[in-house]
Design a protein around this ligand. Structure first.
Ligand code: G6P
Length: 607
């Protein structure tokens, strides 16, 4: 996490740094800072809190080169002292990532007389580069040399006030790209920060160090070998990362779901069949030899994985397991070279998912598929097959449109696998495809239920706890609903498969425990209704999301909301939407920071 921006140009770059930080604020927002090459020395401004505060503090600053940072604390509390940039002598450094050998570097540099003023791992990088510059005065070469000593993940940007015409950046593990123009060159953690100046982006590879001047860019690897990296023209539109008429990004992203799904499903075009080639040229052969699927993911992405498990086993008829990436990466597991490993990630840079993928590959599991929203991300580049969801940039920390588009991609995976395995009849295939095409419309109709959901949110926003229930393929939807509520309203929420209620959580149920139930009209509805009776009998207040034709009577203590269409196997894609809206409106009532909930960040690039 953390976001970095760097710039060198023929005119004042401070407004560009600040604007870039605003776009990267989703990556971390407990403090922010910038440093520029002033006439006499480095000029630094830092502030605890949001970029808006930094902006006013930096209003009198102007320069033609500088670096900036928005922080999500790992080493050291959020404070001005720990905020980046960190300075050593004439240089200033911003950093995203974690330096694993920072303690030994700190000991070594302290022995050389460097005085540390923060608790961060980043300050070791600043002193290390300063120390290296004593023997190697060229900043580009000194950064290459210093980076050879760093262990861990980093993206850094460095300035030296003795050379205001240059900015040096380096990348290993954490994302970093360049924006190149004729009048200035820029670097940032993601493209959204640089769309204000250019669409021409250069993605740095791990181990790259780049020297930027206002006129040119040079890239070398850590051993000094010069390399060329291609310029990509970003397809992201600046408007896609603007808030427009919405109050929050989360609200915007919830309402963008029909379009996000339509864009993602463009992959099938006008076809009446599912082509395995959607997942890559070798997908058909690879799926033919696949005997099981292992899904690796974190957070919301793991919930799409849990949902897919129901689809893959029932439609494609092969075993599917889902593992939380941070657990799998350290577990001794039984390897199976015929298993397809699916890494699901919105950002494509989540450290645990990336490490779990590498772990699987190191064990010989080479059949890998990325389902991801960011085409150039590390996870996509690390997989043999790929499916890019086309949700567009997701800025709100709580994931919404990325989740539903992942579900659409995973449903396609279940169909493609079933087809290759000879388990998908033509009629069934066609009717699934027709249903998928109708999804954007079906989702729009669910979004129309917002006013009633808003009223519900008002009823229980003052509660301390909430219980979410679901069964079958809707149990992961209950998990996702509980996660959404926790993340942004800070109401403690837990999800259970409804049949498990009697084995513990029923003890918690009383009039103060709202129980939210995902109750589509499927083959488990009758079972679920009995579970709901158990709640009513204990005085629990029920909020039931049912389907239009579900026979559940509305009565005292049972609030009902009916989704307009029953969507069969794909129903989880519709049923998660009211839960997103519920969490959003509960957070509004509570007055929390919806898009930037406390202690969290969007892209978790640290372990
Ligand atoms: C963070 C975000 C979540 C997200 C999770 C996994 O915790 O706040 O919204 O689900 O990371 O991220 P990924 O980018 O891998 O899907």
């Amino acid at each position: 996490m953390c976001g970095i921006v760097a710039a060198v140009a023929g005119s004042n770059i401070v407004p560009i740094l600040v604007e870039g930080l605003k776009k990267l604020e989703y990556r971390g927002y407990d403090s922010a800072g910038l440093a520029v090459c002033g006439r006499e020395a480095i000029e630094r401004v830092r502030s605890v809190g949001r970029v808006a505060e930094l902006e006013s503090a930096a209003s009198g600053t102007a320069a033609t080169s500088g670096v900036a940072h928005t922080r999500w604390a790992t080493h050291g509390v959020p404070s001005e002292r720990n905020a980046h940039p960190h300075i050593s002598g004439s240089i200033a450094v911003v950093h995203n990532g974690i330096i694993e050998n920072y303690e030994s570097l700190r000991t070594e540099l302290t022995a050389q007389g460097y005085i540390f003023t923060s608790e961060t791992d980043t300050e070791s990088i600043a002193h290390l580069i300063e120390a290296t510059l004593k023997d190697e005065p060229d900043l580009f070469l000194a950064v290459q040399q210093a980076c050879r000593r760093l262990q861990g993940a980093y993206a850094i940007a460095v300035i030296d006030h003795r050379h205001p015409e240059t900015v040096v950046v380096a990348r290993n593990g954490s994302p970093l790209l360049l924006g190149v123009t004729e009048s200035g060159n820029y670097a940032a953690s993601d493209a959204s920060a640089l769309l204000q100046v250019t669409r021409n982006m250069v993605y740095l590879e791990n181990g790259d160090v780049a020297e930027l001047t206002s006129q040119a860019v040079r890239i070398a690897q850590l051993d000094g070998t010069q390399v060329e990296r291609p310029v990509h023209v970003s397809e992201l539109s600046a408007a896609a990362v603007e808030l427009g008429n919405y109050r929050h990004y989360m609200q915007k992203e919830i309402f963008e779901q029909p379009e996000a799904l339509a864009n993602t499903l463009e992959a099938i075009g006008g076809s009446k069949t599912v082509q395995p080639g959607l997942f890559g040229a070798q997908a058909e052969d690879l799926l033919a030899g696949t005997d099981s699927i292992l899904i690796l993911a974190c957070g919301t992405s793991s919930h799409s994985g849990y949902t897919a498990r129901y689809w893959i086993e029932s439609i494609a008829g092969i075993p599917c397991t889902v593992e939380i990436a941070s657990e799998y990466r350290y577990r001794s597991s039984v390897t199976n070279p015929r298993q397809l490993v699916v890494a699901i990630s919105q950002s494509g840079e989540t450290a645990d998912t990336l490490a779990a993928l590498r772990h699987a590959k190191a064990l010989g599991q080479l059949n890998t598929l990325a389902i991801c929203n960011v085409p150039e991300s590390a996870i996509v580049r690390g997989c043999a097959l790929r499916f890019i969801t086309r949700a567009g940039p997701e800025i709100g920390v709580a994931s919404t449109k990325a989740f539903t588009t992942q579900l659409a991609a995973l449903f396609l995976l279940a169909l493609a696998t079933a087809k290759v395995k000879g388990r998908l009849g033509e009629d069934r295939e066609q009717s699934f495809i027709e249903q998928m095409r109708h999804l954007p419309v079906a989702v729009s109709k669910v979004l129309d239920l917002e006013p009633k959901i808003e009223a519900w949110a008002k009823r229980f926003a003052d509660k301390q706890h909430a219980l979410f229930l679901g069964r079958g393929r809707h149990y992961p939807i209950a998990l996702e609903g509980a996660l959404k509520l926790k993340e942004i309203s800070y109401i403690h929420a837990e999800a259970y498969p409804a049949g498990e209620l009697k084995h513990g959580p029923l003890a918690l149920v009383d009039a103060n425990m709202p129980v939210i139930s995902v109750a589509p009209n499927d083959d488990l509805l009758e079972k679920l209704k009995s579970n709901l009776q158990e709640v009513r009998a204990r005085g629990g207040e029920l909020y039931v999301f049912a389907d239009a034709d579900a026979e559940i009577p509305e009565e005292e203590g049972v609030h009902m909301l009916r989704l307009p269409e029953h969507y069969g196997l794909m129903s989880p894609i519709l049923h998660v939407i009211p839960l997103q809206l519920l969490a959003y409106h509960a957070a509004l009532v509570k007055g929390t920071d919806v898009d930037k909930p406390r202690n969290l960040a969007k892209s978790v690039t640290v372990e």
